[in-house]
Design a protein around this ligand. Sequence first.
Ligand SMILES: NC(=O)c1ccc[n+]([C@@H]2O[C@H](COP(=O)([O-])OP(=O)(O)OC[C@H]3O[C@@H](n4cnc5c(N)ncnc54)[C@H](OP(=O)(O)O)[C@@H]3O)[C@@H](O)[C@H]2O)c1
Length: 242
Amino acid sequence: MPEVTTNALKGQVAAVTGAGRGIGAAIARKLAGLGATVVLCGRTRAPLDATAAEIKKDHANTVVMECDVSDLSSVEKLAAQVERDPGRVDILVNNAGIGGFGGPLHTMPPQSWDAVLNTNLRGVYYCIRSFAPMMIRNRGGHIINISSLAGKNALPNGAAYAASKWGLNGLSYSVAEELRSHNIRVSVVCPGSVDTSLSPHEGKDKNKMLRPEDVAHVVAMLVTQAPQSFASEVLLRPTQKP
Ligand SMILES: NC(=O)c1ccc[n+]([C@@H]2O[C@H](COP(=O)([O-])OP(=O)(O)OC[C@H]3O[C@@H](n4cnc5c(N)ncnc54)[C@H](OP(=O)(O)O)[C@@H]3O)[C@@H](O)[C@H]2O)c1
């Protein structure tokens, strides 16, 4: 294993979706800290600019691009811009996601179902569809999909969210097989409850929950692994049950 240094990702470009806050912002900070040029994407400009400004204090390279992952033309535009400048993508972190924990599935309005599935699952398909050809042309890359332990377990009152993440796990295992001959590694990370604005996590102790930086640490470990192997799935749990 190469040592993880501050320059471990120098010369590499990482695109992180949902990088304006929460887990995505922590991943963007971490990858920039390892020397990558980071493309920060999300629907809203201001939080992306804020994350980028924070990263720039350390003189790291950042590019901010607005993108809605549930809109194919928006994702295609993002990929085309990235291919023009900075010109390549080595790491794609599919992190953008929304919750949906309002009650039993039979009470969920169809438009809410669509929003959850279109962001958490279809959005990842759109990003892989748009970025994988660039990685194939560059003969390598690493795709990290941020799933959830809700993609391994039952989640009452969050069935659509759980379905999106179970689907994302299946997508990840399958795409990993499709792309490994192109020297592209695909990993899925399934964290437990993380203290962000995604969900109030009612009844849980915030002090015991995972922090966004815990997920970012796992992403950093994955993308700095020596090229001959990859961890295809990581289940990340807080040490103390929240
Ligand atoms: N928090 C948890 O307990 C937890 C646990 C396991 C897994 N996860 C997963 O971790 C990921 C990040 O969650 P988080 O907790 O950091 O949530 P968060 O704080 O709500 O952040 C979500 C990010 O995704 C972006 N986003 C949402 N919809 C988007 C879209 N259509 N296109 C582009 N960007 C979009 C948001 O920015 P805009 O709204 O500006 O677009 C925001 O930056 C999600 O995939 C989530 O399912 C979270």
